[in-house]
Design a protein around this ligand. Sequence first.
Ligand code: SF4
Ligand code: SF4
Length: 357
Amino acid sequence: MAQEMRSPIESGCPDAFQYMHPVMRKNYGQWAYHEDPQPGVLLHVSRNGDKIWTVRAGTQRILDVFTLRKLCDIGDEYGEGYVHFTIRSNIEYQVADEAKVQPLIKALEDAGFVVGGTRNSVAMLSHTQGWLHCDIPGTDASGVVKSMMDELIGEFKEWNMPNRVHMTTSCCQINCGGQGDIAINVQHTKPPKINHDLVSNVCERPSVVARCPVAAIRPALVNGKPSLEVDEKKCICCGACFPPCPPMQINDAEHSKLAIWVGGNHSNARGKPTFQKLVASGIPNNPPRWPEATAVVKKILKAYKENAKDWERINDWIERIGWPRFFEVTGLPFTKYHIDNWRGARASLNASTHIRF
Ligand code: SF4
Ligand code: SF4
C-alpha cells in the first residue's frame, strides 16, 4: 500500500500576530495618529485612546547570537517582552507604559546600542547579506555600512536633516542596493578574466551565455577544451556571468570600485517614481574603513542639509534645483562617466520577462 504523503512542515512565514505586542494586536488597523516625542521614539495612539511607545535602536543586519540575546534580555527586563526588526535592520521595542521608555533607552545606551533613526534623521544604512551567502559579492557591504554609520552616528541620533535619509549599500553591481535616497554600489570597471582550465569542469556554458544582458559571451574552444569568450567591446562589466560561472572572475582589488547614486524613489505618493542617477564613480573600494566613499556621502548630506527646504527628500531637492546645481553645491566633479550614452540596450538588452536557464 502506498505510504500516505507527509504533509509539509514549513509553509511560509509564520503568522506575525502571535509575536505582536497585545496592544498592537488589539488595535490592528485602528491607529488614529502617531507622534515623535524624541529621536528614536514613536508614540502611536489608537482611535480608542490606547497608546504604545516604540523605542528604536540601530543594529547590524547580521547579528551574532550573543548580541541578539543581549537585545532580548534588555527587552525582557526593561521592555514588555516584544520586539521587531525594521527593514533597515533596526530593532524596535514596544511598551504600553510611558514610564518604561527612558529606562529602556538608558539600558540600550549603557549596553552600547544607539537609539535614533526616526523622522528626519539618517536612518540605519541597509545592506544585503551577500557577504555571507550570496554568490555574486564584489565587496563586504557590512563593512561599508559599519564604517559609514560610525561617521554618521550624530545624524542617526538627531533630527538634523530636512527629511528622512535612507541609504543602501550593495555587495554586487546588479541586484540589491537601490532602495534608498543614496546608494553605494559596487562598480566593476574591467571585463571578467576567464580561467579556461576550469570552465568546462565548473560551468554550464549555455546558462552563462544566456545570463549576459548584452550578449557578449560566446562558447569557444580554448586549448582543445570547451570554454567561453567575452566580446570586451560589448561587455558592460556587470558581473552577471560570475555567479553561474565563478571561473569568470570579475572581482578585482584594483578595478572593482564603488559608485554612488542618488535621487531614487520607489514611491509615487507625491511624484513619479524615479531612477537613481550616478553622481560619483570610480571610488576606491578601500577596506577596512572606506574613507573615500564616506567622504562623498558626507559631502552630499552636508549640501542637502544646508540647501534643501524642510521636508524635501533628496530627490525632491535635486528636482527643484536641477542636476547642474547639485554638482555645484556638493562640489562633486561632473565627468564623462556621468553621461549615459550607451545605446547597446536597444539592440541587445534582455528586456523580456521570460526566465531562461
Ligand atoms: S547585492 Fe548582490 S551580492 Fe549582495 S546579496 Fe544582493 S544580489 Fe547578492
Ligand atoms: S560582465 Fe556582464 S556584460 Fe560582461 S560578459 Fe559578464 S554578463 Fe556579460
